[in-house]
Ligand binder design. Structure first.
Ligand code: PLP
Length: 459
């Protein structure tokens, strides 16, 4: 690494010069992905500046997305393909990320800068977007989103829609708006950990509904409704997280009928719905007054936008709008406008197509490598579900995978309280930086699955 000479006469502050230099070092390949930067003290000594200046320079480089600070470990050059998800990179030994359901890497910078420059061309619009607006979002934005969703066969009414900060926030809005400690919430017997965590914090009483390969079973739902008299059931009918189960139309109707009879509102989390063009129609289309519909742009456009939306039955809408206002007044209209711009320019659909294509290719690799195991998944989904062969215990497998640099998610994380845990792991096929990393990960995974725990398990 060549150490620069600082220009003390320059009008550019010293910390910015250092950040710029880090950028050019990365561009020229002198600094490589994952490489550790010198400690603050070492660089300060070499440059003849204070430690504070280097600290500020590293913070600036991090703000620019060039590096990432890892607590207790130092500052590292970021993987430009890794889309900013750094949780797992904090462990240096990680070889393949199969942990989190993040969108696969696709160049989004061009379309984002296009959308931003388009927005910036109207000073009047920009000034308006910087003001407080209606908590639920402005009518123009709501129409753009509803019209776009209609082209994907999701039919929502703008009057019943509100914007929120992602799907996780939509779930929190429902809980804060309608649930108190001790209330029962029905959930699938394997479900999204973000929901489990939020429900735990609210001290809700979670009751699992038995699933088969099509999602929750009508019999089990009926029994749970009779026994617990819940107000809500939380479901992910398309590309279920973690099992990828997609409920056929007939099952959707059967579930809705039961919910109508017991006056249970369905919280339909359709976060993965747009990925699957052949999915049966959303439950909200079948019974809009029985369903709180939750979705976001996180898996399609970009999770960093933090824009989601919720569609509620009319009698529930005002409570949710008030809850949103209490949380944060509103979602930034600027971010919503960006999403609308991406939709109107056709770029949202282009990204969605690219994501689907990428996932199909990745899923082919998964089936190719894991063909002899009972891998469960659907081509376009971000994840697959892998029941373990009998010779592996769940905890040993997860631990051993981690030791080998493979991050997978244990079935334990998806289990509601008092629910039997299947020995299985979720693989996030979308998470590896590219197909090459995925392939390496799959090879290592197969070798591990094939090995005997007593030979390979190292404490
Ligand atoms: C089923 C499910 N719901 C909600 C979310 C949260 O989405 P968002 O990032 O929009 O908050 C996720 C994220 O992975 C998810 O898998």
């Amino acid at each position: 690494m060549t150490i620069p000479t600082m220009d003390v006469q320059s009008k550019i502050p010293m910390y910015k010069q250092i950040a710029q230099w880090i950028g050019t070092q990365i561009q020229s390949g002198e600094l490589q992905y994952h490489q550790k930067l010198p400690t603050h003290r070492a660089l300060a000594d070499q440059l003849g500046v204070t430690i504070g200046t280097v600290t500020r320079a590293y913070a600036e480089a991090e703000r620019q997305g060039l590096v990432e600070a890892r607590v207790g470990a130092g500052t590292y050059v970021r993987n430009p393909n890794q889309g900013g998800w750094v949780f797992e990179e904090q462990q240096e030994h990680v070889k393949c990320h199969l942990g989190y359901n993040i969108p696969p890497f696709i160049e989004r910078d061009q379309m984002m800068s296009q959308a931003m420059s388009q927005l910036s061309q109207s000073p009047q619009l920009l000034n308006q977007l910087m003001l407080y607006q209606s908590a639920v979002g402005n009518e123009g934005h709501k129409s753009v989103v509803c019209d776009w969703l209609a082209t994907h066969n999701i039919h929502l009414s703008a009057r019943q829609l509100l914007f929120c900060h992602g799907a996780q926030h939509a779930l929190q809005l429902v809980m804060d708006g309608f649930c108190s400690a001790g209330d029962t919430l029905l959930v699938e017997e394997k479900t999204y950990p973000g929901l489990l965590n939020a429900a735990k914090q609210k001290q809700l009483s979670l009751k699992s509904v038995v699933m088969d390969e099509q999602g929750i079973t009508p019999q089990s739902l009926e029994t749970a409704c009779q026994r617990f008299r819940p107000r809500f059931v939380y479901l992910t009918p398309t590309l279920q997280n973690p099992t990828t189960a997609t409920m056929p139309l007939e099952r959707r109707h059967a579930i809705i009928d039961i919910c109508k009879r017991f006056d249970v509102i369905i919280i339909e989390d359709d976060i993965n719905g747009l990925l699957e063009p052949n999915a049966p129609t959303a439950m909200v289309n079948l019974a809009p007054e029985q369903v709180i519909y939750v979705n976001a742009f996180s898996k399609t456009l970009a999770p960093g936008l933090r824009v989601g939306f919720l569609h509620a039955p009319t009698p529930l809408y005002s409570t949710l709008a008030q809850t949103l206002q209490n949380h944060s007044w509103m979602v930034s209209p600027l971010l919503i406008a960006l999403c609308c711009q991406l939709i109107e320019s056709g770029n949202a659909d282009k990204v969605l197509d690219l994501v689907r294509q990428e996932m199909l290719q990745r899923y082919q690799l998964v089936t190719q490598y894991l063909s002899k195991y009972h891998i469960v998944g659907r081509g376009v989904g971000f994840h697959a579900w892998l029941p373990l062969p009998e010779h592996w215990k769940l905890s040993e497998f997860v631990q051993q995978a981690e030791l080998q640099g493979l991050t997978v998610k244990s079935a334990e994380l998806f289990a509601p309280p008092a629910t039997a845990i299947e020995p299985a792991v979720r693989l996030s096929v979308s998470a590896p930086a590219d197909k090459n990393e995925l392939e390496q990960g799959l090879k290592a995974l197969v070798a591990l699955l094939d090995s005997q725990p007593d030979q390979s398990f190292v404490l």
